[in-house]
Write a protein that binds this ligand. Structure first.
Ligand SMILES: [Zn+2]
Length: 202
């Protein structure tokens, strides 16, 4: 227990916030104090936004993104080029690539990466649904945007093999991503460069 005494409700709120990425106990306490002081302009809007998202939260049946719509806003957007498909490991990677509209096409989230060590097999990932999407036609290019880790690259090779019988161009993000680096932590310039310089998978 910290020296600061608050009611169990406020303590629970502080603890829940302090578990969020990027927040520690100190910033959680500051956030809680702000919410308590600004009930109408901060607490109530946050509460209704959380409630609305929580009620409608779903996984997109097409691409695996999380959104309050299914199909998600990206899959439903007619301005996006459905002929180009970018395959990523996690939703965070999709959001990173979509942050600055770096990729004009659509996405497919695998939900992880193959890993012998962690026992992640192809059937644990959304690879079959990717193959179905591609075999359905209308896709010209599949961009493999896995992390530059050993498991990420193993996953990229496996996915490329599964897709090689279909008439699609399979490309891969250019080298230059830091080894072990997560896409989400890269700045937009680096991501844009890696996308622009993408190359065919040998
Ligand atoms: Zn979607």
């Amino acid at each position: 227990m910290s020296g600061f005494m608050a009611s169990p409700e406020i303590e629970a709120l502080t603890q829940a916030l302090s578990r969020l990425p990027g927040l520690g106990p100190r910033s959680a306490r500051r956030a809680v104090l702000h919410l308590l002081k600004k009930r109408e302009t901060a607490l109530e809007p946050l509460l209704s936004a959380l409630g609305a998202v929580s009620q409608r939260l779903s996984t997109c049946q097409v691409c695996g993104n999380v959104d309050t719509l299914d199909p998600c806003a990206i899959c439903a957007d007619p301005r996006r080029d459905a002929r180009a498909l970018c395959v990523v490991e996690e939703v965070a990677d999709l959001w990173a690539l979509d942050r600055a509209r770096l990729f004009p096409g659509k996405f497919h989230v695998l939900g992880g990466r193959l890993s012998a060590l962690e026992g992640v097999r192809p059937e644990d990932l959304r690879i079959d649904s990717l193959v179905r999407r591609v075999s359905g036609g209308g896709v010209d290019e599949v961009v493999l945007a896995m992390n530059a880790t050993l498991d990420g690259q193993t996953t990229a090779h496996y996915v490329a093999e599964r897709l090689e019988t279909y008439p699609v161009r399979i490309t891969q993000l250019a080298h230059g991503l830091p080894v072990g680096g997560e896409l989400d932590y890269l700045d937009e310039g680096t991501l844009a460069q890696a996308l622009r310089a993408r190359r065919p998978v040998a």
